[in-house]
Design a protein around this ligand. Sequence first.
Ligand SMILES: Cc1cc2nc3c(=O)[nH]c(=O)nc-3n(C[C@H](O)[C@H](O)[C@H](O)COP(=O)(O)OP(=O)(O)OC[C@H]3O[C@@H](n4cnc5c(N)ncnc54)[C@H](O)[C@@H]3O)c2cc1C
Length: 419
Amino acid sequence: MHVMVLGGGVTGLATAWYLACDGHEVTVVERNAEVALESSYANGGQLSYSYVAPLAGPGVLSKLPQWLTQPHSPVQFRPRADPDQWRWLLKFVLACTRAQSELATRRLVALSFLSRDLMRDLLNREPTLSFDYAKTGKLVVYRNEDSFASARRLLHFQRSLGCEQHVLTARECTAAEPSLDGLGLNLAGGIFTPSEETADCYKFCVGLAAKLRSKKVRLLLGTEVTSLRADRGRRAHRITVHANGREIAADQVVVCAGAASPDLLRPLGIKIPLYPLKGYSLTAQILARDAAPHMSVTDFDRKIVYARLGDRLRIAGMADIAGRDATPDPSRIESLRSEAARAFPLAGDYARAQAWCGLRPATPTSTPVIGATRFANLWLNLGQGALGFTLALGSGLLISELVTGRRPSVPLDGFAVPS
Ligand SMILES: Cc1cc2nc3c(=O)[nH]c(=O)nc-3n(C[C@H](O)[C@H](O)[C@H](O)COP(=O)(O)OP(=O)(O)OC[C@H]3O[C@@H](n4cnc5c(N)ncnc54)[C@H](O)[C@@H]3O)c2cc1C
C-alpha cells in the first residue's frame, strides 16, 4: 500500500519509519527544504517518559490571573480576537479537574512507556543513529515548599502508574547534581527519575530521514500541501491531496502537520481543538564542564528545562497562548537568558547562545489525536503538544498498526479524532 505522510517533523518521520518497517511504500511531504525545521527543531531535548501530566490540572485555575497580568510569568495568555483561542481556553479550563488530569496522565504514560521501549529497540537496531542521546535521569527541583509538597503528594499516583521516582532534600539535590550549588540555598527539594533521557530532536530527525531514504521512502521536500479535498464525485468518503498545483496520489494519507494541521483539516469539516503554545529555547556552548548540569534538570517553579546535548546546553521553557505567529518575542528570550545565567552562571556562553522559538501543537487536555477519520483513507497523528519528541515513536507505531489493520499496542481511548 502507498501511504503518504504529510509533515516532516518528528511525528511524521516516526510515522513514516513504522509504516516503512511494516512494508508499505511511503512518501513524506514537507513544505520546508529540510526536515524538522519547525516545532521539532530546537525543543527542550527531554525524553520525559514519566513527566507527562497535562498542563490543565487542578491547581492551574488559581494561576490564570498571574498568566494574564505578569510579563515574566512562565505561562502567558494574550487574548486575541480569535474564536479558536477562546474555544480552546474554555475547553482547557473545563479540563482543569483532578479526574480529567489523572485520566490524561494514565493515557499518556501508556503511550510514553511504549515510546521509551521503542526508543531502546531503535537504538539497538540502528546503532549508527547519532543524536546526542543520553540516559542521564531527570531531576526536577522545587524552589517553593508548596509546590514541592504537592509534587510529593503526586508521587504516590505516579508510582501506581509504574514511574520510578525518588524524593531528594535540597542537600541531596546538590550532591547528585553539584552544578546546582548556586541554586542550592533556594531549593526546597527535588524529585529524581532515573529512567529519563535527553537527546537532540533535530539531529534525531535528520538521522531518521537518512534511514528512511535507505529504506526507499520518498521525501518530497519543498512541497507545500495546499488542500485536502473530499473527492465525492469519484470515490465517496475519500480525500485527495493537492500540492504545488497538482494532485499527488496515494492509497492512504496520514496528517502529521503539527500546529498547521487544523488549517488543512477545516475545509473537510474536521475540527481539531488544537492551539499553538509558543515556547522558547537557547542553545549555549558549554564553557565549563562541571558548571553545567550532567543530568536533565527542570526548574519547576520557573518551568524551565536544562539538557546537556553533547558539548551544548539546551535551555527551554515558556508557554504563550498568544496566537499563531511564530515570531520570537525578544523579551521572552532575554527572560530565559537571565534565568539560565542565574541558575548555572558559569556553565555556558549565554551571550552568544542560539535563540529559537516554536509552536507546540497542543490540545486542551494535552492528549494527542491519533486515529481514523470519517474518510476511508485519512488518518491523523497530531497534537502531541509539549511531548512531541517523547511520544513520537509510540504515536508513529500506533498509526502504522491502524493502517496495517493490526491491534494497537496501547488502548486508543482518549486519542480518537473528535467527531
Ligand atoms: C520550546 C519548546 C520546547 C519543547 N520541549 C520538548 C521536550 O523537551 N520534549 C518533548 O518531547 N517535546 C518538546 N516540545 C514539543 C515538541 O517539540 C513538539 O511536540 C514536536 O516537535 C511536534 O512535532 P510535529 O512533527 O508534530 O510538528 P512539527 O515539528 O511542527 O512538524 C510538522 C511539519 O509539517 C510541515 N507542514 C505543515 N503544514 C504543511 C503543509 N501544508 N504542507 C507540507 N508540510 C507541512 C511543517 O513544515 C513541519 O515540518 C517542545 C516544544 C517547544 C516549542
